[in-house]
Design a protein around this ligand. Structure first.
Ligand code: HEC
Length: 436
């Protein structure tokens, strides 16, 4: 999907003027049926329809009307749809971009400010149909792997984090083409991160395994780029790092991961790896009480790389994270920057094929994290206490997960030349190029 970019200055100008140009045109009344319905269908209803874990449906006028005030607030702050990038810097095109354009936000604001009128029912676009929850977004899976035990979540109490395990039963190694995680009871599952514990993992691999795939509300699997895959080894054990929350009654859950494989014997040309960059050592993360702290992490690429996806990981005090490339000529290029991180949403930002950064060996990836341990951070469990690295969500973290494809010199040069020819730009500009 192509993200439209308007400078942030325009956002505020548009929001400040009640009759700024919106989809409905200058001066005309914005109605639900004509103007808002199509936006909600495109950007909201995949999560906000009956039967999902979202707090309400946004399918009909009657569904949406009581939420008008809250909708205005959430779209203006860009908390909804969940997409927490600063859209004014770095790479602009992402395969899974579900954000609203500045104009769409202005249209929603005008609608709410005008009293959220319904309009003519005949203007309403035909309703969308949603595939039943039992269907897999990635298509018919070749293999399903479900956690060993039924987890019982209490009715009331704090959130709960727990590891659950499952063995993968394969006769031989297989290349993953697509994968998707689904909890049996999405109402209580905040996130599920599947990690692979491989039988022959090299020394230094964390005992809890290496991240394979992550599920959070509204995430519908990963389908790798063409001829790109990830190896799933025979004898692998999966560790699901689960985050549950209580919903008022006792609930049960099992989590399943579905795989689609490349045909037996087919080896995809590009192998994706999940690489975590941290500020090493972790105990350097020091977040004193009542303070906002910047922490940096570096990762030198020892091989040429294509970066396919960027996913920041922090906890409740996390506020922002920027990833930039320190190029061989010592210039820097911002790749992506999340400016309003929200621990409730773990979003993997997947670069569009034409802009996925191509970085030569020797490039240093630089991660800049901001933690906000003040009372101004609404997610902060306690601004009066010191925080450092730890697994509990009341501790904190600073790491970024990248989907990286390593490329040998001929292949790297070929991809750079190909892109240059397509875009008419020099390789140095490739990552910095902005959408029009
Ligand atoms: C990826 C799934 C997803 C998408 C897309 C999405 N939402 Fe949400 N929304 C949620 C979930 C889950 C919650 C509750 C948790 C939270 O607030 O983070 C929520 C919460 C909200 C709330 C707060 C409700 C309350 O309790 O006060 C509003 C308002 C809202 N969404 C509006 C929207 C609008 C408008 C859109 C589209 C422009 C949208 N959402 C798109 C999943 C989504």
């Amino acid at each position: 999907m192509k993200a439209r970019h308007v400078s942030s200055l325009c956002v505020y100008a548009a929001l400040a003027m009640p009759f700024a140009a919106g989809a409905a045109g200058i001066g005309s009344v914005v109605t639900f049926t004509r103007d808002i319905g199509p936006i909600f269908q495109k950007n909201c209803q995949s999560c906000h329809h009956p039967g999902t874990s979202a707090p309400m449906s946004l399918v009909t006028y009657l569904d949406a009307r009581p939420w008008a005030k809250s909708i205005k607030q959430k779209v203006v702050t860009r908390d909804m749809p969940p997409w927490h990038l600063d859209k004014t810097v770095g790479i602009r095109q992402y395969k899974n971009d579900r954000s609203l354009s500045d104009q769409e936000i202005a249209t929603i604001v005008r609608w709410v400010d005008a009293g959220a009128p319904e309009g003519n029912p005949a203007d309403m676009p035909p309703p969308l149909s949603f595939s039943p929850d039992s269907e897999w977004y990635i298509g018919k899976p070749d293999l399903l792997v479900t956690t060993d035990n039924d987890f019982v979540m209490y009715a009331k109490g704090p959130d709960w984090w727990i590891d659950q395990f499952a063995d993968i039963k394969l006769d031989e190694d297989r290349w993953i083409k697509a994968m998707e995680i689904k909890p049996s009871n999405p109402r209580i599952v905040h996130h599920a991160v599947a990690n692979v514990i491989e039988p022959d993992a090299p020394p230094g691999t964390p005992p809890g395994g290496v991240q394979l795939h992550e599920y959070a509300v509204g995430k519908y699997g990963d389908i790798f780029a063409e001829n790109t895959g990830r190896l799933l080894k025979k004898g692998t054990r999966l560790r699901f790092d689960m985050h549950y929350f209580a919903v008022g009654s006792e609930q049960h859950n099992r989590t399943t991961i579905a795989f689609k494989f490349y045909p037996k014997g087919f080896v995809p040309k590009y192998q994706v790896r999940s690489v975590a960059i941290r500020n090493i050592p972790n105990d350097e993360l020091e977040i004193p009480p009542n303070s906002v702290v910047r922490t940096d992490g570096y990762y030198r690429l020892t091989r040429n790389a294509r970066i396919d996806a960027f996913q920041p990981h922090m906890h409740m005090r996390g506020r922002a994270m920027t990833l930039e490339a320190i190029n061989l000529d010592n210039t820097t290029t911002i790749l992506s920057s999340v400016d309003h991180f929200n621990f409730n949403w773990h979003i993997n930002y997947i670069y569009a094929d034409d802009v996925a950064p191509l970085l030569p060996a020797g490039t240093v990836l630089h991660m800049i994290g901001i933690h906000d341990n003040t009372a101004a951070n609404p997610h902060n469990p306690d601004p009066a206490v010191w925080a450092g690295f730890g697994e509990r969500s009341v501790d904190d973290m600073l790491q970024v997960w990248l989907n990286i494809v390593y490329l040998d010199d001929p292949e790297f040069n070929r991809l750079v030349e190909e892109r240059k020819a397509r875009q008419g730009v020099s390789p140095g500009q490739l990552t910095a190029r902005r959408s029009q």
